[in-house]
Write a protein that binds this ligand. Structure first.
Ligand code: F6R
Length: 357
């Protein structure tokens, strides 16, 4: 039930701090330590490479998950679009573990890959919001998102939940192998939940950004580097699917290799600047587009912010910034859709769960 909310999407965006807290609880043992099914830890230990398979927003969460498994858990990861992978299976490592990320657990493109890799005898894990869903039943293992039902076609809280659960899996695995993690994930996710709350409480500001940058435009660009690049892909997808504004996410350094030709006077460019290592680089990329007339909306993180930034998100652990920076992008898309009179919860041509290949 959407209760007093005008749309499910807004309700689901608002639920995100609670979803994060729910996930922490769901993955805590009696002593308050994060934990996951020991059988999954064993599967991760036996694997020499993880293959993350997903579509759409879940694929974007997978790109972030790759960073966690590689940087925290020390396991190499490939992330693949399910509709491509099944028909062009790459040369696999000796001991692959397949991880399917799927909110619904019913996506046909992802299921056909599971069917194929099962036939090949490989182990599998489904990360899903729906217990008892097809991919959950058919995979060897399941990690649940605990996000509650997601009704709006545009995925919001499931993306945040996927990233949080992948962070937990990577961290718990690293701890189980006595690898140095260097932070307390429970505590850091608590800080993230508060930061997400601050973002959803700033709806008026997000609505104003939608007015300032997206009221009349035909197109928009999203740029970022490292983790911010992955989030820029998700920001562009959200905007496209519910507002019908043509939007693309780009690696900050890549725009100038062709696409910068599309920048005109007033073209909105959303730039994410939450990663210290590439902070100067992304600022340089913003200058490149501004010199061609772009209207830049800079979303930075406290500590890396500069005068003139459009929005500053609260400081969180650098690996967890996607959980926070995506929230303003979701809200900005929501208001752009609303102002354009689009059907926010049921955009044209889309279904919540895509059960055909
Ligand atoms: C975007 C969106 C889709 C889904 C994709 C995968 O907002 O909802 O891109 O993310 O169809 O769906 P699941 O995660 O159910 O496999």
């Amino acid at each position: 039930e959407k209760g007093t909310y005008p749309h499910y999407m807004l309700k689901e965006i608002d639920e995100q701090p609670a979803v994060l807290r729910k996930i922490i609880q769901a993955y805590q043992d009696d002593n308050g330590n994060l934990t996951i099914d020991p059988a999954i830890l064993t599967a991760l230990k036996e694997a020499d490479r993880l293959y993350i398979i997903a579509a759409g927003t879940s694929y974007h969460a997978g790109l972030v998950g790759k960073e966690y498994f590689e940087k925290i858990a020390g396991i190499p990861v490939e992330v693949h679009i399910s509709s491509e992978f099944g028909y062009n299976i790459p040369l696999l490592s000796k001991k692959p573990l397949f991880i399917f990320i799927t909110q619904s657990g019913e996506t046909a493109d992802s299921r056909q890959v599971l069917v194929k890799v099962k036939k090949m005898g490989y182990p599998s894990l489904t990360v899903t919001n729906v217990q008892g869903s097809t991919l959950s039943r058919e995979a060897d293992h399941t990690l649940l998102l605990h996000a509650g039902p997601e009704i709006a076609v545009a995925s919001t809280k499931a993306y945040v939940a996927q990233i949080a659960v992948l962070a937990i899996a990577a961290t718990v695995f690293a701890e189980s192998q006595a690898l140095p993690v260097g932070f307390d994930l429970t505590q850091e996710l608590g800080i993230v939940a508060n930061a997400v709350q601050a973002m959803v409480d700033a709806k008026d500001e997000m609505e104003q950004i939608a007015r300032d940058f997206l009221e009349v435009t035909r197109n928009a660009f999203f740029i970022g580097r490292q983790l911010d690049y992955h989030v820029s892909l998700e920001g562009a997808l959200k905007l496209k699917e519910i507002s019908y504004i043509q939007a693309e996410g780009f690696a900050g350094g890549e725009l100038k290799h062709g696409t910068i030709a599309l920048i005109e006077e007033g073209t909105p460019v959303f730039a994410l600047a939450t990663q210290e290592e590439v902070s100067l680089n992304i600022r340089g990329n913003v200058k490149e587009v501004v010199a061609r007339g772009a209207n830049p909306c800079i979303i930075s993180m406290a500590g890396l912010d500069e005068e003139g930034d459009t929005l500053v998100i609260p400081h969180v652990h650098p690996l967890l910034t996607p959980l926070v920076s995506v929230v303003p992008l979701q809200l900005i898309s929501y208001y752009a859709s609303l102002h354009r009179g689009c059907d926010v919860d049921k955009p044209r041509n889309l279904a919540k769960s895509v059960t055909v290949e």
